[in-house]
Design a protein around this ligand. Structure first.
Ligand code: HGY
Ligand code: MN
Ligand code: MN
Length: 411
């Protein structure tokens, strides 16, 4: 089936969908907060399901809450799948994840409104808990969809308040019946904002994303001894807080010594957390990433060794818990080439790039040829309410997605 190369998505309606979803969990500063399985996430899910139904899609929810909207094709074999996530971090923006899911809806709408029945069925999927901000690991829904984790393995996860994932999924009404991975993918394509500064610094354009860097998240729990901050001689102290601070500084030091290394200490909590008490307990998280698996393994090994050494020096207990671990991933070369030709067909500058952020596509690459499309993030800002991508870039990205999906759906 040939299709018109002048087919385009309805840009205004995509922008309207993005603004409408952004009002759910609106933080009043331009950003959104829809933590996974929160009431705001439920409202976002309900809105997405209503839009999928309006488009006449067959809507299915699986046992981990992944939402799938399916457009029938001429055949009912493996589907071309496109999507992303609609959960956000606590200081989320309007586009991270939402763009990929809502552009997917617009791709389907464009085909339906043009009366095009693609050879392959097309499915839009919103994965549960991509961010991992409340429940770890991140990319949880796509891990379960692709069999990297089972529903049972993640069901016992608890958030910092002690609320269980399985209970929360049931509470918001998205503990579905469908078996995760019930739909075989012929290909998976994900449109996403870059969340970094490269495209913006180059004056815009599109990136055909050829891979994602490796990611490891670790939690360090240090247990020392509460004591008086004034009377206790320094040599008597077993200061969990000080040991935590040294671990954070060491992680930063690794980024100066290991090529391509990045590190972040995103969470830290002291007990009892009083100004005049030596902390008896400190819990912190470290996020380390590297495009090269072996260099990330070296960083992790050195970080663990340092934590053991400083804990012994400060005479504090240490427990290290792995929260997430994802190897570096390469995406499908043919799909990357199709993104480049779609961008050129639309007269858009295009370049290749490896993603610094984690994405569901890196899990989907385990089960099907996968690729991502990036559009610019102004000043590279993301996971920040000021996250911004210009309307023409949002629409251009969605049109590249449409062209690439059509090629995959017929190919
Ligand atoms: O952490 C990440 O890279 C993604 O935003 N979950
Ligand atoms: Mn994302
Ligand atoms: Mn994110």
């Amino acid at each position: 089936m040939t299709h018109p190369t002048n087919l385009r998505i309805a840009g205004d309606r995509l922008l309207w969908r993005l603004e409408t979803l952004a009002r759910i969990g609106d933080t009043g500063d331009g950003g959104c907060r829809r933590l996974a399985l929160s009431d705001e996430d439920r409202q976002g899910r309900d809105l997405l399901v209503s839009w999928m139904r309006e488009l006449g899609l067959d809507v299915r929810v699986d046992r981990i809450g992944n939402i799938v909207g399916i457009m029938a094709g001429e055949t009912d074999g493996p589907a071309v799948m496109l999507g992303s996530h609609i959960d956000t971090v606590a200081t989320g923006g309007r586009y991270d994840g939402a763009l990929g899911v809502l552009a997917g809806l617009e791709v389907v709408a464009a085909l339906k409104e043009a009366g095009i029945a693609p050879r392959r069925q097309i499915a839009v999927i919103a994965f549960t808990n991509e961010e991992g901000a409340r429940f770890q690991p991140d990319m949880m829904g796509s891990c379960v969809w692709t069999g990297a984790l089972s529903v049972n393995q993640v069901s016992a996860t608890r958030d910092r308040e002690g609320l269980g994932l399985a209970d929360e999924l049931k509470r918001i009404g998205y503990a579905g019946e469908a078996e995760p991975g019930f739909l075989e993918a012929h290909a998976y394509l994900e449109l996403h904002i870059e969340q970094g500064p490269i495209l913006d610094a180059e004056g815009g354009g599109i990136a055909a994303v050829v891979g994602v860097q490796a990611i490891t998240w670790l939690e360090f729990a240090l247990s020392g001894e509460a004591n008086h901050a004034g009377t206790t001689p320094m040599s008597y102290r077993r200061d969990a807080g000080y040991a935590a601070a040294r671990i954070i500084a060491f992680a930063r030091g690794l980024t100066r010594e290991i090529d391509g290394q990045v590190a972040n200490a995103g969470e830290i909590a002291f007990e009892p957390g009083n100004v005049n008490v030596v902390p008896r307990r400190a819990v912190l998280t470290i996020d380390i990433r590297n495009p090269d698996d072996s260099r990330l393994a070296e960083a992790e090994r050195r970080l663990r060794a340092f934590a053991e050494a400083i804990a012994a020096e400060e005479k504090v207990g240490l427990a290290i818990r792995e929260l997430a671990r994802f190897p570096a991933v390469r995406f499908d070369e043919r799909l990357a080439a199709s993104i480049e030709s779609a961008a050129r067909m639309l007269d858009l500058p295009v370049r290749r790039m490896v993603s610094g952020a984690g994405h569901d596509a890196q899990l989907m690459a385990r089960v099907a040829p996968s690729v991502m499309i990036f559009v610019p993030s102004v000043k590279g800002l993301s996971h920040n309410p000021a996250e911004y991508t210009a309307p023409h870039d949002l629409i251009a990205g969605a049109n590249v997605l449409l062209a690439a999906v059509l090629a995959a759906a017929d190919g």
